[in-house]
Design a binder for this molecule. Structure first.
Ligand code: CTP
Length: 414
């Protein structure tokens, strides 16, 4: 499946002459696999390290390096009859430009508006955002000339990724390694997301299953993987929202571009969610929050005996219940969405929760189905609205469902 943010986007990838140019091939490949249309522009020095053919093989498009090529040699669409020189044709069609690796020499040219090759001419001609991933030997990196060139570029809105610290081509170890393709793509995605339909919105999402301690090594938990909540946070970020993700422990990688707040127990999650709600436009509670916790948490590990062990449990705070109280007092977010994880009487139970917790929308989820609910990548849910509407949705991935939920939140804001 393509990537909703990168699908069909036209990305210019400038590659300059450093040993990290080989990593730019992987970058071009990943962007293409995600559905982006990638046009690569190489400097003469870059072609000493990698060939245009390397990029053409992964992007399935002509790579560019000749400043004076005529439109027949340029792959982007040019208006019929336009005799555009390569750099103008390339610059016109782009959504974003990335330069990776960006050498000290190219950074200096960019800072001063020098356009003495196709790559720097394109960089001067584009009006879209520019992401740069510098790569050079650490003394070149630390040189005041390089630092002041970078400061000038940043002041103009250029997004800088890295460099990282590590093994350098000189054999030394230090600052100057080009960031990995994943990190560069993450930065590119953040830039593209800025114009999304959730731009300017602040949203809070909860995820994962809380843990209630029994003793220092044991807890009461549940089977929530956190996938649905993380998908919601990622989707909102990709659409330009400022996202706070309050997460119980999960095995999922930390999402980039999202403010992550860790909470272990229901009570920690309550505190974190209420603190994050300040100024929020929406709360989506996808976390499976424990309803009970042990009354006593043993300070030492409980040792086994021949007797049965009785654990007395007491109620945890109902987070959505408290948010309903806030909203009744005229505070709290405009839109609140809950999840109902049920194994029986799905719709009746979900309706009751929608009313009790005064939600705008509840996502009713039959967690006993093998292709929906805890741990799996797909979900089949029914959306229940406060006005009584019932919207059954087909089986879809959690990523797709996340986007549908944000579409519905948009309707509720309107
Ligand atoms: N929830 C909450 N605080 C709790 C328990 C749940 O905010 N202490 C939220 C969940 O994040 C979810 C919704 O309430 O969005 C419904 O959770 P669920 O566990 O299905 O419902 P409960 O209200 O706990 O009811 P029951 O366990 O009886 O089904």
């Amino acid at each position: 499946m393509g990537d909703r943010l990168l699908e069909g986007r036209h990305i210019l990838l400038g590659v300059t002459g450093g040993v990290a140019a080989y990593k730019a091939v992987a970058l071009a490949s990943r962007l293409t696999q995600a559905g982006a249309v990638v046009d690569v522009v190489l400097s003469a020095a870059a072609m000493r390290f990698v060939t245009p053919l390397s990029f053409e093989s992964v992007t399935r498009r002509r790579a560019h390096y000749d400043m004076f090529a005529l439109p027949a040699d340029t792959s982007p669409q040019v208006c019929p009859g336009d005799l555009l020189i390569a750099h103008i044709a390339l610059a016109r069609s782009a959504d974003l430009m990335i330069i990776a690796p960006a050498t000290a020499n190219t950074l200096a040219k960019l800072a001063h508006g020098i356009a003495d090759n196709l790559l720097t001419a394109v960089a001067l001609a584009v009006t879209v955002p520019l992401v740069i991933a510098p790569a050079m030997e650490s003394h070149m990196w630390e040189h005041p000339a390089t630092q002041s060139n970078l400061a000038a570029l940043r002041a103009r809105g250029v997004v800088q990724v890295g460099p990282a610290t590590g093994h350098l081509a000189s054999g030394a170890s230090g600052v100057g390694r080009m960031s990995e393709p994943e990190e560069i793509i993450a930065a590119a995605r953040m830039v593209l997301a800025c114009n999304g339909d959730l731009a300017g919105r602040r949203v809070v999402v909860s995820a994962g299953g809380t843990r209630e301690a029994i003793d220092p090594v044991r807890f009461i938990g549940n089977r929530s993987s956190g996938k649905m909540g993380y998908a919601l946070a990622n989707a909102a970020r990709d659409r330009g929202a400022q996202v706070v993700l309050v997460t119980a422990p999960t095995a999922l990688p930390d999402p980039y571009g999202v403010q992550l707040v860790r909470a272990e127990s229901a009570s920690e999650m309550r505190d974190a969610v209420l603190a994050a709600l300040e100024g929020a436009d929406a709360l989506v509670m996808a976390a499976a929050v424990a309803d009970y916790r042990p009354v006593q948490v043993s300070a030492q590990k409980i040792k086994k005996t021949e007797e049965n062990l009785m654990l007395e449990l007491t109620r945890t705070p109902d987070i959505l219940g408290e948010v309903a109280g806030l909203r009744a007092a005229g505070r709290g977010p405009r839109v609140v969405v809950g999840f109902a994880a049920e194994t029986a009487d799905l719709l009746a139970n979900a309706q009751a929760k929608l009313r009790q917790k005064r939600l705008d929308l509840i996502v009713a989820n039959d967690v006993s189905a093998p292709d929906a609910g805890f741990g799996v990548d797909t979900n089949r849910v029914t959306l229940l609205w406060a006005d009584g509407s019932v919207e059954p949705l087909p089986l879809m991935t959690k990523e797709e469902l996340a986007h549908v939920i944000w579409d519905r939140v948009q309707c509720l804001w309107a």
